[in-house]
Design a protein around this ligand. Sequence first.
Ligand code: 4AD
Ligand code: MG
Length: 433
Amino acid sequence: MSAPAVVSVRDLASHVGEVVRVRGWLTNRRKSGGLQFLQVRDGSGTVQAVAKKDSLDAALFEALSGLGQESSLIVDGEVAADPRSPGGVELKLTGGQVIGTATDFPISNKEHSSGFLMEHRHLWLRSSKQAATLRVRARIIKSIRDYFDSRGYICFDAPMFTPAACEGTSTLFEVDYFGEPAYLTQSGQLYGEAGAMALGKIYTFGPTFRAEKSKTRKHLTEFWMIEPEIAFATLDDVMDVAEEFIETIVQDVLADCEPELTVLERDLDKLRAIKRPFKRETYDESVARMEAAGHAFKHGDDFGAPDEEFITHGSDKPVLVHRWPADIKAFYMKRDPADDTRALAVDVIAPEGYGEIIGGSERADDLAFLEEQIAAHKLPKESFEWYLDLRRYGSVPHGGFGLGLERTVAWICGTKHIRECIPFPRMLYKIYP
Ligand code: 4AD
Ligand code: MG
């Protein structure tokens, strides 16, 4: 007799009445007389498999009864409709095989400290909420790629080793590059600008690195960033793309990841509300709102977490804050022609306290101005000669933004700490496992 077809737990509901094979791991087990109820997880979901002593091979029944949490196994059984179980089905076991035993799995179903869970990240990933988060992350990545690929953007990979800073010199990771100092990239943007001049519109998507010396729930030292860069785009164009992009990602995840969002106990109505238009206001308007409400803030400062929370308070949707004080923003940003002290920059602040998810701007396109800025920021001009060439040879207005992937995952999943939004987070003093 041939073996039953392997079916994913997620697809079991369309196989009611058939005998199928499920391959996975035991998450929990309960005995009651001649019955064993095994919770079997295969990565796509968890199903209850019911082993009945008098209808199963005695040696198999015995082997199953001694299995510890996270033992791996293959089970064959008939799919039966069961409205009480989460997937609407259960398996009535007809056979099976133990593959790998496990005893004393470190992560039991009781509470563990976050330090303990982080030390066991390689095993913690098997927990239902962690797995659900990473599934949503994968769906977000697909949505990001689909968004740009279907709109004529060219995927353009920026280098990881770079000769100079993009986002300030205080968070650079220095590496020894054949005896010379080099830095892990903080952002693919400057290279993306070269790409936009060659290809019209591009997006970079890769890991970026920042030696963030503070411990917060929003900062990683290695995070993934998606950075579109568009020739001839103005700040308004950049904001339009950012809004449509965010709406698309959230609605894609809602359409495809309801089971995961349910595991994560996410309030789906909060996500359904993420539809354009989003509120846009200038930095000065944001600050005026803070002042009017008696929210303590020093005009000219960057926003901290409480300020970001104030900005989106009472709003279900992200808020776009634009035209920032130029002296707290990056060297490459264009100034507002209407007010030279303001940079044509935009930050997108996510609701519910998730903070800044996008930073973007229109870029300085004038060679002399950019040379001044490089000097004013005390950056080594020789490392930027190639970048200045982009203004020497057919400079055009252009702009783009960077979306932090993990912060976006945290917001969409409703996960308080960004460390759960990447398989193996890298943070201050944390590099194991
Ligand atoms: O605002 P940032 O620093 O902007 C740039 O890097 C620009 N070069 C992007 C561009 O215009 N092409 O970073 C962009 C986003 C932030 O809004 C945030 O979501 C995320 O990257 N980010 C971080 N995410 C996790 N950990 C960190 N340490 C992060 N720093 C920035
Ligand atoms: Mg920023």
